[in-house]
Design a binder for this molecule. Sequence first.
Ligand code: NDP
Ligand code: MG
Length: 408
Amino acid sequence: MSAVPLRTADLGRTERQRVVTVLGATGSIGDSTMDLVRRGGDRFRVEAVTAHSNVEALAKLAREFKVRFAAIADESRLGELRAALAGTGIACGAGEAAVIEAAARPSDWVMAAVSGAAGLKPALAAVDRGATVALANKECLVCAGELFMERALKAGAQVLPADSEHNALFQALASGNREELSRVIITASGGPFRTWPVEAIEQATLEQALKHPNWTMGQKITIDSASMMNKGLEVIEAAHLFALSADEIDVLVHPQSIIHGMVEFADRSVVAQLGAPDMRTPIAHCLGWPERIQGPAARLDLAAIGQLTFEVPDLKRFPGLRLAYEALRAGKGAATVFNAANEVAVAAFVARQIKFGMIARLVEATMAAAASDGTARAPASVDEALAIDHRARNIAASLLPQIAAKAS
Ligand code: NDP
Ligand code: MG
């Protein structure tokens, strides 16, 4: 046997090495992914990393992992990024096109962890070249799920769900065939307002919404978890990932976040995936797939946890989940509108322009307006989906002042 590691020509990798690209490398999912890549040592080589505006963290990762390309979405930061990478030989770029270029460069595996619909085009660039894509960015499936999955199928790209619930379903689905499935159940922690009365939820502050009981995540998804909009997005995400109808997807509140997802088969067997609430477990599953790699999460100690409990979600206190089912059932562009309006509403809540309870009201009003003026039509292409997204954001922004005024 040769002492020199074999190299494959195209990617400059050693044999059995996986070449990876991480979109949104400076975020919460990015951080967990880079932690696993770091622990994996020679098993991984990083081709490219991207961020929105955090030049310092991006340059630090680029240097540590000796990447070949680093992209910053905010064009005004290119000079800073160049300066931070001077003398390293690492190529860099800025703007949306550079993030797309990072995704399009040759690599075996891509983590799509940009937050929001902004992640759609970069994730598609990875899918279109047939890469294995670990998808954390659920908004891109909610915005243009059908088109996204069609493109993946056409290019022969493997989409691996990195979202914990969907990763659980992906693992559990291996126990049977699609035709034998009767429904899937995704769990929800219930967030910080699980036991709060509706009046208190209405008035909840940003600080209260950011205190998630079980998971440490980026700001947008943490607020989505408090409103249960996140679970709504996940219902739509599951529909696209696994070709399921709204009736085949149930949500169960499970405050301990130990069971992440379950699949019920025709014979009434229910197969569940369990694990400590640590995103490094589903990400490790994607990173090693189809093999298993060492995961750093705490071992599951069910005796110490003692009890696993379950509740039916309360759609009155958490209307975001109801709206997601409505969008899924309405089809066409309704989910695109739902997602766009929610992004606008969350940004307004973070900017302290609206109260927490108004997030769902703004989404509902935008969905109604978009349904009646024809905005929520079925998109024939990704560009059309993005046009619907854009139009829905404008509708939401125009409705914002009256929704805010009504409540004060
Ligand atoms: P974060 O906000 O922590 O990170 C987002 C990442 O995307 C950062 O690297 C950020 O760069 C970058 N980014 C933000 N906006 C843009 C943009 N317009 N263009 C290019 N890059 C951008 O989010 P999370 O890591 O929490 O979530 C990422 C995705 O994964 C979301 O879709 C979320 O729903 C999903 N997800 C997250 C989970 C979690 O535990 N965090 C669990 C399951 C799914 P910068 O740092 O410069 O701002
Ligand atoms: Mg999730």
